[in-house]
Design a protein around this ligand. Structure first.
Ligand code: UFG
Length: 327
C-alpha cells in the first residue's frame, strides 16, 4: 500500500508509520512538527513538513504522491485544552481535517482512516462502550472528531470514498525506537515515569472519591502498537473493497490511576511519591471501550493488554530517551 499519514511525526502516527514500513508498505508523512518530532519519523518514510490549514499544500502532496489510502492522526488532542480553547478544536481540527478529506476525495483516494476518539461517549449507558452507544461528545475535542466522522459519512454517500473511524481512549506504551513525548506532558503514564526518572517530584492523583473499587478513575489503556495494527488492518480491509465502518478499540479491561502508579513502582523500582489532589473537571468514573465488533469483523485483538507489559515497554523507551526526542 502507499499511505499518506498526517501526524506521522506524533506519538501514535509515528509508530503506525514504523509498523507500515516494517510490513513493506510505502509511506508519506505530512506533519507541521508543532507537536510531532522530526526524529520520530521512520527514515524510510518521506517526510513533508506542512500544515493542513494550507489546503493547496495538502492537495499538492496528494496529487503528486497519489496515495492509495490516507490515515489522519494530525490533530489537537487534549480534552482539557479543548474546553479552554474551543476554536482550536471546533474550527482548526474540523477545517484542517476537511481540507484533507476534500483533497482525498478529489484525487480518488480509496480508503480513509480517521484516528478518532472514544470521547464521543461522555455519558455511556453501558460499559464497555460499544459502537451503538449514544453519541454525546464530552468536549470540543470529542465534538471535532465527531464532526469529521460526519464529513466522512457524506463523502462516502456522495462520492463513494470508503472510510473507517477508530475510537479509543488512552494510548500508551512504546516500541524500541519510538515512544510518547508531548510538550507539555499531561498523560498519566509518561508523567509517572518522569517521577521515576527523577524529573518530577511526585504525581498528583486527580481525585480518589470516584465510584470505582479504589476511588480513582478507571481508564482503558491500550498499547500504541495494538492501535497501529488496528489502523493498518482497517486500511487493508478498505483497500480490499471493504465497506465504511466505525469501530471502538479497547483493551478489554480498565485500570485505575492507583493501579497504574503501583505497577510503575513495581516496574521501575522507584517509590514514585503520589499525593491526592482535587478532581480534574470532566473526568468520568470509568471509561472502557468494547472491541467486540472489530474483533468479530476483522479479527483484531490486542497483543499487549497487560498493564505491566505496557509500562515496561514505555519505561524502556523513557530510560533510553529521558528527554524524549530532544537530543
Ligand atoms: N491523571 C491523574 N494525574 C495526572 C494525570 C492524569 O490522576 O497527573 C488521571 C486522569 O484524571 C485520568 C487518567 O489519569 O483519570 C488518565 O488521564 P490522561 O490525561 O492520561 O488521559 P485522558 O483519559 O484524559 O485522555 C485520554 C486520551 C484522549 C481522549 C480521552 C477520552 O488521551 O485523547 O482519553 O476520555 F480523548
Amino acid at each position: 500500500m502507499k499511505i499518506l499519514v498526517t501526524g506521522g511525526a506524533g506519538y501514535i502516527g509515528s509508530i503506525t508509520v514504523e509498523r507500515l514500513i516494517q510490513a513493506g508498505d510505502s509511506v508519506v508523512v505530512f506533519d507541521n512538527l508543532y507537536q510531532g518530532h522530526r526524529d520520530a519519523v521512520h527514515p524510510d518514510a518521506v517526510l513533508i513538513e506542512g500544515d493542513l490549514a494550507d489546503k493547496a499544500a495538502i492537495e499538492a502532496v496528494i496529487r503528486e504522491h497519489k496515495p492509495d489510502g490516507v490515515m489522519h492522526f494530525a490533530s489537537y488532542t487534549l480534552v482539557g485544552e479543548s474546553v479552554e480553547k474551543p476554536f482550536l478544536y471546533l474550527r482548526d481540527n474540523l477545517v484542517n481535517g476537511s481540507n484533507l478529506i476534500e483533497s482525498a476525495v478529489k484525487h480518488g483516494v480509496q480508503g480513509f482512516i480517521l484516528s478518532s476518539t472514544a470521547n464521543l461517549f461522555d455519558d455511556p449507558e453501558r460499559m464497555p462502550i460499544a459502537e451503538d452507544e449514544r453519541i454525546v461528545p464530552g468536549s470540543p475535542y470529542g465534538e471535532s472528531k465527531f464532526l469529521l466522522e460526519r464529513v466522512l459519512h457524506w463523502m462516502d454517500r456522495l462520492y463513494g470514498m470508503r472510510y473507517c473511524c477508530l475510537r479509543y481512549f488512552n494510548a500508551c506504551g512504546a516500541t524500541e525506537e519510538r515512544g510518547e513525548h508531548h510538550d507539555p506532558e499531561t498523560h498519566l503514564i509518561p508523567l509517572v515515569l518522569e517521577v521515576a526518572l527523577g524529573q518530577r517530584e511526585k504525581i498528583t492523583i486527580f481525585g480518589d472519591d470516584y465510584k470505582t473499587p479504589d476511588g480513582t478513575c478507571v481508564r482503558d489503556y491500550i498499547h500504541v502498537v495494538d492501535l497501529a495494527e488496528a489502523h493498518i488492518l482497517a486500511m487493508r480491509t478498505l483497500l480490499a473493497g471493504g465497506h465504511s465502518r466505525k469501530y471502538n478499540l479497547g483493551n478489554g479491561r480498565g485500570f485505575s490511576v492507583k493501579e497504574v502508579i503501583d505497577t510503575a513502582r513495581a516496574v521501575t523500582g522507584h517509590p514514585i511519591p503520589a499525593v491526592v489532589g482535587p478532581r480534574r473537571a470532566g473526568d468520568p468514573d470509568i471509561l472502557i471501550a468494547s472491541s467486540e465488533t472489530i474483533n468479530h469483523d476483522l479479527g483484531w485483538t490486542p497483543q499487549y493488554p497487560g498493564l505491566r507489559q505496557i509500562i515496561e515497554m514505555a519505561w524502556e523507551w523513557h530510560q533510553k530517551h529521558p528527554h524524549g526526542y530532544e537530543k
